[in-house]
Ligand binder design. Structure first.
Ligand SMILES: CC(C)(COP(=O)(O)OP(=O)(O)OC[C@H]1O[C@@H](n2cnc3c(N)ncnc32)[C@H](O)[C@@H]1OP(=O)(O)O)[C@@H](O)C(=O)NCCC(=O)NCCS
Length: 213
């Protein structure tokens, strides 16, 4: 008698690097100097002041985003991303300095976020800090932590970021963290009535895995 063996049916293994499952909500990330936390209503005023008040233009002039119209816009953003499914707009965090302890509440410095790209497992990174906090390595720390989280926890495969060619500090942050340059997207950002070129940067999960060998 001929015996045929049927392959056993197994649940399909989740493919490495295909991104977080539906319903994955953000969790906080901690570094030696920073708390990278989901936004709450309590930080809305501080974020608004940094992007709209005196000096706010220095923050938004190198971003596609022109800044909020009013504090309600920031409050709505905080509300949405307090516990958001990654697949519905991404995960966005506020960056808070751990030290020194501030008497009147946490010292909110800026924001950082990962937005899903056009394919599962691909995300774009965006970030900004209030001007008072520039040049102290804070964003390099925050980007490194969020990228590690993106590959290690969110199961991403590729994280990309664009920086205006007029924004060398942003490109320096990405280079320091290990992003590779992929060229220039000419005239790809419209800002203040002008089309601006952007540097394209990306980090692959496999870059980091091979650098750990
Ligand atoms: C860009 C930004 C995020 C950088 O944050 P940061 O905390 O100041 O960055 P870091 O201190 O970690 O690193 C900045 C690096 O840029 C370098 N840098 C700053 N100005 C530079 C310039 N004009 N040319 C070349 N390098 C420059 C610094 O020397 C530093 O590198 P180093 O540590 O090797 O010396 C911050 O300036 C910011 O929020 N700007 C406004 C919003 C924005 O541009 N967001 C990014 C949009 S893509």
């Amino acid at each position: 008698m001929q015996v045929t063996t049927q392959p056993m049916l197994r649940p399909m293994a989740r493919l490495v690097g295909t991104g977080p499952a539906l319903g994955t909500a953000a969790i906080p990330i901690t570094t030696r100097r920073l708390l990278i936390e989901m936004p709450t209503e309590q930080v809305a005023k501080a974020l608004f002041a940094m992007t709209y008040g005196p000096g706010g233009q220095s923050v938004t002039s190198k971003l596609l985003w022109n800044g909020p119209i009013d504090v309600d816009e920031i409050s709505a953003w905080c509300d949405k991303y307090a516990s958001n499914d990654f697949n519905d707009g991404g995960h966005h965090w506020v960056i808070i300095q751990r030290d020194p302890i501030v008497r009147n509440g946490p010292l909110v410095m800026g924001a950082i976020g990962l937005t899903p790209g056009d394919q599962a497992g691909v995300a774009s990174l965006g970030y900004w800090l209030g001007e008072a906090f520039w040049g102290q390595g804070f964003m390099t720390d925050a980007v490194r932590a969020v990228v590690n989280h993106g590959f290690g926890v969110l199961n991403l495969s590729r994280i990309e970021a664009c920086a205006f060619t007029t924004n060398p500090a942003s490109s320096a942050v990405l280079r320091k963290v290990g992003f590779e340059p992929e060229g220039i997207r000419r005239g790809s950002a419209y800002k203040y009535g002008e089309w601006i070129d952007q540097h394209v940067w990306a980090a692959l999960r496999t870059d980091l895995e091979s650098s750990e060998d």
